[in-house]
Each structure stands twice: as C-alpha cells, then as structure tokens.
Design a protein around this ligand. Structure first.
Ligand code: MG
Ligand code: ZN
Length: 298
C-alpha cells in the first residue's frame, strides 16, 4: 500500500452521508479532501491551499503542506524499503512514436499490411475518435521498463490525453505492473510538466523526456533522451524515415539502452553509502555524471 493510501484518504463511510459544512470564518486545518470537501471534518476546503490528484484517486486533493510531507515520506520510504527511486517517463518520441494512418507516405503504406503481424506496431481505433493512429513501440522499450522497474517507481507523464495514454499503456504495461495509477496526462497538466504532481521528493526523481522545454522548473532532474522518430514527420524531412528504409533504431545501442545505463549509474550513486541516503540528490548525481562525461569527451 502506498503512503498516500495509508494516510487513510478514503473518507469514513458514515461521514459521506453528512452534508458539507460551509465555514465562513476559518477554513479547516486538515490535509486531505475529495471533490472540494475535507475528508476529516466535511468542511468545504479553500481550493488555493490544495492541489488536485485526480489521476491518483477520484477527486483527491492534498493541501500544499501535506503534499510536501507526503513527498518526503514517500521518497524516504521507497529508498529504505525497496531501494527504489522515482522515474517519470514521457511517451511520445521517448517510448513510442505515433502517427495518423492517413498521413503515411506511399513508401510507408506497406505498414498497413504488416501491422497485424508485428509486435511493435499497432493500429489504434477508438469509438471516440474517427482518426486511426499507428503506434510504434521504440526498440528495447519492454526490456527498458522491466529493468527500470527493478530500481524505480515509475510514472507516465504525457501531454497526450488520457484516452491516448491508456491505449499506449495497454501495449506497454497491460497489467499495470509498472505504472499502476501513476499516469499524468493533459487533463491534469495541460501546458507544462511539473514534478509538483509527482508524489515523491524532487531529490529522488529522475525525468526522461525528449522535450526539455516542457519542464521549466525541473531541468536538473531531466535526462534528455534522443528523439525517437519512426515515421516520416513531414515532407520537409530531408533524410528518409526508418519506416521508409524498413529499418529501425538499434536494439542494443539506441536511446533507451543508453538512458537505462545512465539510470543505473544514478541509482548506484544514490545508494552507494547507506549512511548518506538522507542527503543524496539525483540532481547533483546527474550533474556530476554529465561533468565527468564532458571530461571524457574533451
Ligand atoms: Mg515527447
Ligand atoms: Zn477539515
């Protein structure tokens, strides 16, 4: 059970029947709410003191103070008990490349026949969306998730909508072993990405994303992965796409392989001295690794 759940977020069933109280003079001092109502005293909460975590549990809101504590405790707990850090993964161009089927070029149209027999290429049809998509898994992605899961609690964080994220997860984590409920989408975070929505201390969170600019406040947590393009992106693209050449990124030396190596290095550095665990910070470790690699390349 996660820290948040152990903090007894489920409102007492008896309390659910009580109508919310409007308290004009003082807002309540409690930390958790559901759909604007405090789970402890049933007062209406003041929204500005809370942040929403709908993705985690329906209607869940956590006060800023409690959030800081929850993050600290979560990181401490996962370090101590599982020896795990937290990892936030982007979807598009990081784990998969998705395109609209009708935008395939003549040279790419052979993929329509191949889709049914390949494990890395899927046709996405949905009742809500008349546009059909092709989702191409990045080489090594399933091995990457399996390995990263051993040393990280993982989140998906995408600018795509929830329906799309769920479709990709059906392919890469159908039983939700890796991600559980930890899936943040455009609905929760429409403009920018932020670690405020991740239930873990920033010193223990690594981000892997191909787009640096969407993380205005957390660049020091970020590993910028090489952008995975499988399909032709536009007519202006000079080089032929992997799909057109009928080739793909390397399985043994591609973006995810290299990032996994780096993640293992960070994890190893974090847990190197047990007594120093409380003061370790992935941001410093990433900086040190980048620095020493820079020296290597000089
Ligand atoms: Mg991306
Ligand atoms: Zn209250």
């Amino acid at each position: 059970m996660s820290i948040v759940e152990t903090l007894s977020l489920e409102p007492n069933p008896k309390r659910q029947k009580i109508e919310p109280m409007f308290n004009d003079s003082l807002s309540c001092v409690h930390s958790f709410a559901r759909h604007g109502v405090c789970t402890a005293c049933n007062s209406m909460i003041e929204k500005r003191h809370f942040r929403s975590f709908h993705y985690y549990s329906d209607g869940l809101q956590i006060s800023h103070d409690a959030l800081a504590l929850t993050k600290r405790v979560t990181t401490k707990f996962s370090c101590m008990s599982d020896k795990k850090l937290h990892l936030v993964l982007d979807l598009d161009h990081t784990l998969v490349h998705t395109t609209i089927v009708t935008s395939l070029t003549e040279t790419e149209k052979y993929l329509i026949q191949e889709a049914g027999s390949r494990h890395d290429l899927w046709l996405l049809k949905s009742d809500d969306d008349p546009v059909e998509h092709f989702i191409k898994l990045r080489p090594f992605v399933l091995d990457f998730l399996k390995e990263a899961h051993k040393i990280f609690n993982m989140y998906v964080y995408t600018m795509g909508n929830r329906c799309y994220a769920e479709s990709v997860l059906e392919l890469i984590d159908p039983r939700r072993i890796y991600f559980g409920k930890r899936v943040i989408t455009r609905e929760e975070s429409p403009y920018m990405k932020t670690l405020d929505l991740v239930l873990a201390d920033e010193r223990g969170v690594v981000i892997v994303d191909d787009t640096r600019d969407v993380w205005p406040d957390h660049k020091s947590n970020l590993i910028e992965i090489s952008r995975y393009n499988y399909f032709r992106m536009s007519n202006k693209q000079c080089s032929r796409a992997y799909s057109e050449e009928r080739i793909d990124e390397s399985e043994c030396n591609g973006g995810l392989v290299n990032v996994l190596r780096l993640l293992k290095e960070v994890h190893c550095g974090f847990f190197s001295v047990k007594e120093e665990l409380e003061s370790k910070d992935v941001r410093l470790l990433l900086q040190e690794i980048e620095f020493s690699r820079g020296l290597l390349h000089e």
